[in-house]
Design a binder for this molecule. Structure first.
Ligand SMILES: [Zn+2]
Length: 253
């Protein structure tokens, strides 16, 4: 295999280690973010319940004002009863008084129902507040743990980054640039093997003439479909292409 390609594949295997370290960090962070999200949900549940209580209280105050007005009206009608002369007027007043009393009773029942609901909601808020407190404490501990875990993973990353810098120096600037660019735009894979005439990056067949040249082992080309840098190296164990590749690289050295 072309020496440049050998060095490039070595660089890529370091890059893959760094990628997996990055996803380890991401996983830690994602788990923490999810827990933060749960806590935020709990907080919005509390404020939603508080809002409901506020509007119920407002409704209750309106009802209480209406009840007071209605009672004044009933009392007024009752005192009017003394002054009326005819039975017809009396009947009309009695009806007004009855209607007024009925209205007051209905509103008082509503007030009781509201108070019961407020009591229930208050208990719900209390429960959520207690849970929130516990969860906040747990999250603080968890955040500390994740911080430490990420710091440890970052140490591993630094070691790999040093290794990468050393390896990158073995490559021509132009090729390195091209490879870095490919990795950025081609899902972290810049240099790929071609097996049985098929690019192992995009799994499209390459022209037979190019494949024949690759089989000689000296040249490398860009894949006509995905533009990745292609080389050829036989893989013995299909299930473990990485290990097989490393072994083969060592043999050739
Ligand atoms: Zn391809």
């Amino acid at each position: 295999m072309n020496e440049e390609i050998v060095q490039l594949t070595l660089l890529q295997s370091i890059d893959h280690v760094i990628d997996s370290i990055d996803s380890e960090i991401q996983e830690e962070q994602d788990a923490l973010d999810a827990k933060n999200g749960e806590l935020a949900d709990r907080e919005s549940t509390i404020s939603e319940l508080t809002g409901r209580i506020e509007s119920l209280e407002k409704e209750r105050r309106t009802l209480e004002v209406e009840i007071a007005d209605e009672m004044v009206h009933v009392k007024d009608r009752q005192s009017k009863m003394m002054q009326v002369q005819t039975g017809r007027e009396q009947t009309a007043l009695l009806k007004e008084i009855e209607d007024g009393k009925k209205g007051v009773k209905e509103k008082e029942e509503k007030v009781v129902a509201i108070m019961e609901e407020v009591e229930q909601l208050t208990a719900e808020i209390e429960e959520n507040r207690n849970l929130f407190k516990g969860e906040t404490e747990l999250l603080q501990e968890e955040t500390e743990k994740v911080k430490k875990a990420i710091a440890a993973i970052n140490k591993k990353k630094k070691t790999q980054e040093k290794k990468r810098a050393t390896q990158a120096k073995k490559l021509k600037v132009q090729l390195l640039k091209k490879y870095d660019n490919l990795r950025k735009h081609r899902n972290g894979l810049g240099v790929v093997n071609v097996l049985a005439g098929v690019c192992q990056g995009c799994f499209m067949a390459i022209p037979p003439q190019q494949y024949n040249l690759l089989l000689r082992g000296e040249d490398h080309f860009d894949c006509p479909t995905c533009q990745r840098i292609m080389y050829h190296e036989p893989v013995e164990v299909a299930e473990e292409p990485k290990k097989a590749k490393k072994k083969a690289v060592k043999k050739k050295k």
